[in-house]
Design a protein around this ligand. Structure first.
Ligand code: SF4
Length: 303
């Protein structure tokens, strides 16, 4: 990124009283100009804790929406409003009503990667870093988890006391990582540990040495004495992995570990949104209030 653009963004940020939040999956030049970089739980927490009046959310739409749901008094800008997560729209709202009618004692748990409408119909929201601990604490035996099936099955495998009802949502980036590709990467890098995100398919998780959220993967690799890691999540995470571990080697599985939505955000769009103060996340107040319960429940149950 040219120095001048970086300085212009810094000065606009001061003028707009803005903070820049960036997900680990965005381009590294966007991560480089952020005040806070993290996974969706950490960024949601930062959005609540920051004092700035304007939040520039370098991530996909559900992240900006979640920041606005919890912080209606702040202006939430998205550098690219078309950056959306296809999985977020995969939950079926009518099916949630059907499942509630079918099971009296059910908790509807939505992944953070869901629309405001889905959050409004859910009891609690979770991320990949807190899903297991939150669902374990829920008093209900029946759990309807939307929309990601792989994460739901991974959590269900750790909670045999619960009865899970699954939905068939998925992340196209994580499900495109195949067991065959991971095995090929292992053969090319003997001794490398496989670190996988729970949005990956079950047969990939079976051969992983560690399964965890994006932050969990970074922490594991950073604390480990090992030097070689095969990373099964979106490749944007390599920026933080290499920053924290310049002496270690990280490998992809040699397949498409690239989220086009996350990668649509550029420094130029960050600058433009600060100049124009748009695109801005706007939500109907009734929807915002309904969706707030699930997010507040997540933050309360995590702390
Ligand atoms: S990596 Fe997958 S889950 Fe994350 S934003 Fe992209 S499509 Fe959605």
């Amino acid at each position: 990124m040219p120095d001048t653009e970086e300085h212009e963004i810094a000065s606009l940020k001061r003028r707009r009283n803005a903070v820049i939040l960036a997900h680990y999956y965005v381009h590294e030049e966007v991560q480089a100009l952020a005040d806070h970089i993290g996974d969706s739980y950490y960024l949601s927490k930062m959005a609540n804790e920051t004092d700035e009046r304007t939040i520039v959310f370098c991530g996909v739409k559900f992240m900006g929406e979640s920041a606005k749901i919890m912080n209606p008094q702040k202006t939430v800008l998205m550098p690219d409003m078309t950056a959306d997560c296809p999985m977020a729209k995969m939950a079926d709202l009518d099916r949630i009503d059907e499942v509630r009618a079918m099971y009296g004692d059910v908790s509807v748990v939505c992944y953070m990667n869901s629309t405001a409408q889905t959050k409004a119909k859910s009891d609690v929201c979770v991320t990949s870093s807190n899903a297991l601990s939150i669902i374990k604490k829920l008093p209900n035996r029946h759990i309807y988890f939307v929309p990601d099936e792989n994460l739901a099955r991974y959590v269900a495998g750790h909670l045999p006391e619960k009865h899970f009802i699954f939905h068939d949502g998925f992340c196209h980036v994580h499900t495109s990582i195949t067991k065959e590709n991971v095995e090929r990467a292992k053969a090319a890098q003997p001794g490398a540990l496989v670190l996988a995100h729970p949005e990956c398919k079950a047969d990939v998780l079976e051969i992983a040495d560690y399964i965890g959220s994006t932050s969990g993967i970074i922490d594991f690799a950073t604390k480990s004495d090992e030097l070689k890691f095969i990373i099964c999540t979106e490749a944007g995470v390599f920026y933080e992995l290499m920053k924290k571990n310049p002496n270690k080697n990280f490998y992809t599985v040699g397949h498409r570990q690239y989220c086009p939505s996350m990668k649509s955000i550029t420094p130029g769009k960050v600058k433009a949104c600060l100049e124009n103060m748009r695109p801005e996340v706007v939500l109907e107040e009734s929807l915002r209030v309904e969706a707030l319960r699930a997010l507040e429940a997540m933050h309360e149950m995590t702390e």
